[in-house]
Write a protein that binds this ligand. Structure first.
Ligand code: GRF
Length: 208
């Protein structure tokens, strides 16, 4: 069973989707630690409610971003984490941490990458740009922001009367579906990275 560490910063609805999948037996792994870079956020309450250990490592407690992120890395290592999930983590992970967990870190981003990469307002940017199809992406984390190999994507049509809130809510529903699915595929060893492409290997238990 893969051991999963989740990095969060706020609301934690994607963390909740992972915890719900775990409870339903469909995550293929166990969330063993939730690490937040902010104290007092709802994500920490969600973890505590599910009985998952939490660690808070705020920027102020360290002299540099690098020191903070290396402490995050140590916490992941000390919990014997195999898979790291960035679930609404609002900072760019330090390259040393990315290298330590190479090809084992997933991020969920609320756009169809490579569109609207990089920012914290992808849904508003999609709306402002006037795209007709928005969506979300789960991808491997590499040292380049929002640019790692794509695991799963889900399209979400933009409606004429959409607001940032209504579009974000529909995208979020899809995030909650594809993030646990991507984690399960990684936990089951069914993702093969070939250059920029990620091949999903068939489920060995399904005879079709
Ligand atoms: C999500 O939209 C995610 O795609 C983005 O940050 C948001 C986090 O939401 N990276 P939550 O904390 O999981 O509710």
């Amino acid at each position: 069973m893969s051991r999963i560490g989740v990095l969060v910063s706020g609301r934690g609805s994607n963390l909740q989707a992972l915890l719900d999948a775990q409870a339903a037996g469909t995550l293929g792994g166990e969330v063993v630690v939730v690490i937040s870079n902010h104290a007092g956020v709802p994500a920490l309450e969600r973890a505590a409610k599910a009985g998952v250990p939490t660690v808070v490592l705020e920027r102020d407690a360290f002299e540099s971003r690098k020191a903070q992120h290396l402490a995050i890395c140590e916490a992941l290592v000390s919990h014997n984490v195999d898979i790291v999930v960035l679930a609404g983590f609002d900072r760019i992970l330090h390259p040393e941490v990315v290298r330590r967990f190479q090809q084992r870190i997933l991020n969920v981003h609320p756009s169809l990458l490579p569109a609207f990469a990089g920012g914290l307002h992808a849904q508003a940017d999609a709306l402002d740009y006037g795209v007709k199809v928005a969506g979300c992406t789960v991808h491997f984390v590499t040292e380049e922001v929002d640019a790692g190999p794509i695991v799963l994507q889900a399209p979400v049509p933009v409606l004429d009367d959409d607001t940032v809130e209504s579009l974000s809510a529909r995208i979020l529903e899809e995030e909650h579906r594809i993030l646990p699915e991507a984690v399960r595929l990684l936990a089951e060893g069914r993702l093969r990275i070939e250059g920029r492409r990620v091949r999903v290997l068939p489920d060995p238990l399904r005879a079709d």
